[in-house]
Write a protein that binds this ligand. Sequence first.
Ligand code: GDP
Ligand code: IMO
Ligand code: MG
Length: 433
Amino acid sequence: MANLTIVGTQWGDEGKGKIVDLLARTAQLVVRFQGGPNAGHTVCSPRGRFTFHQVPSGILYARTRCVIGLGCVLDPFRLNEELDEIEKKGIRVEKRLFIDRRTHLILPYHRVLDRLQEEQLADRRIGTTGRGIGPAYGDKYARIGIRAGDLLNEDRFEEKLRRNVAAANFRLMEVYKAEPLNFKQVLTEYWEATRGLTPMIVDGTLLIEQALRQDRRVLFEGAQGTHLDIDLGSYPYVTTSSTVVAGAALGSGISPFWLEEAVGVAKAYTTRVGAGPFPTELQEREGEQLRELGAEYGATTGRPRRCGWFDAGLVRAAVRYNRLNALVITKLDVLDSLPEIRIGTGYRYQGKKVREFDPFLADGLEPEYITLPGWCEPTSGCRRYGDLPVRAKRYIEKIAQLVDCPVAMVSVGSGRDQTVIVDARRLRWLKSG
Ligand code: GDP
Ligand code: IMO
Ligand code: MG
């Protein structure tokens, strides 16, 4: 038996998609356990480049089954678009893609409210992806959400939708002085858009549990990153789901005692889209240089990502929250041309040393740096750890030491083959594949 949970250790976009796709080669089941179309997971495969928003990144292997877990929120319109694109590239998802019946749905009013709430926050805005994520999870916790299983019964769906559209319209008109939605139109369009999806709606928890019981290989795919977690992240500049390893159990509907090991994906530097603290952020020319080198533009919204040095205090906290067995360092090649590379080793707060990123202190955290010499050689052709320049290896080893977690793999390009195994013993998943 083997199962592996993959999470982001920073603020998202660490390259989880590439790593999930790569490690899914030997998986029988891949489960997305939280988030929704706010995610953009890029996979470069022989079939072309894919950006997955809601479909698990294991879908490219014809024998792999995929579940959109109950911890996700699902936008059927966006899922249809995504499926169209995937199918155009020759990937068939029939009888391979499933949606848990407990998964909450994103409705048109969630998207409208997401935008209006952001506008109202003015200079405190979070910079959401505008996909309706926060309002959809809000309804879930307010216990008025509509779930995928509700799409199997027209009367039930209509009744719930009628109530929710009325409530949303009240808010839209009274609070935001905005146009109300037309219930009949929402109902008709939503019902139509979801007819093709109903065969996928199942009790996902049973499917996942059965796979685990039968010793199948199961991958749990996280979205966003540890510091965007609703509880452990840089609140309020976070997303609204549990992005950490604990979320894999909750968001799949299985006992946490099933989970065997976890790997954290960390970019060789740091990026963030949207607002919120970012101690090692680089400003202006330096930030732009890293953005251009790493092509750091959002996979979902196209927004330029804020860029900065690797922040060991940030990843160290992620190692602890997730109890990571190992790290995968991505985008090492992006640093190839830099003569000097800095690493944030920790912080000072009012003169005192602080080892871990702490959102309560975030505004006053002053990062401390070490500077390492760059390797100034291309790494994207490296396939074995021994192929990497000595200084690149030193960089990796320094990161591992600072964050107190071994590195199992390094990624040196977006392609599947552009991956270097550093130490396969660190992950049972690699050994047993
Ligand atoms: P995710 O949200 O964590 O899956 O990451 P994204 O897909 O949003 O962003 C990562 C970007 O970096 C994508 O465009 C990937 O194709 C690309 N990428 C992943 N790994 C590497 C790498 O090792 N080197 C380079 N240069 N690009 C990479
Ligand atoms: P992947 O899975 C990077 C950020 C948004 C915003 C905050 C809240 O591709 O790594 P939301 O729309 O979720 O309410 O926005 O979270 N955010 C992401 N940043 N990568 C993501 O996903 C993100 N998903 C949400 O930019 O700051
Ligand atoms: Mg992304």
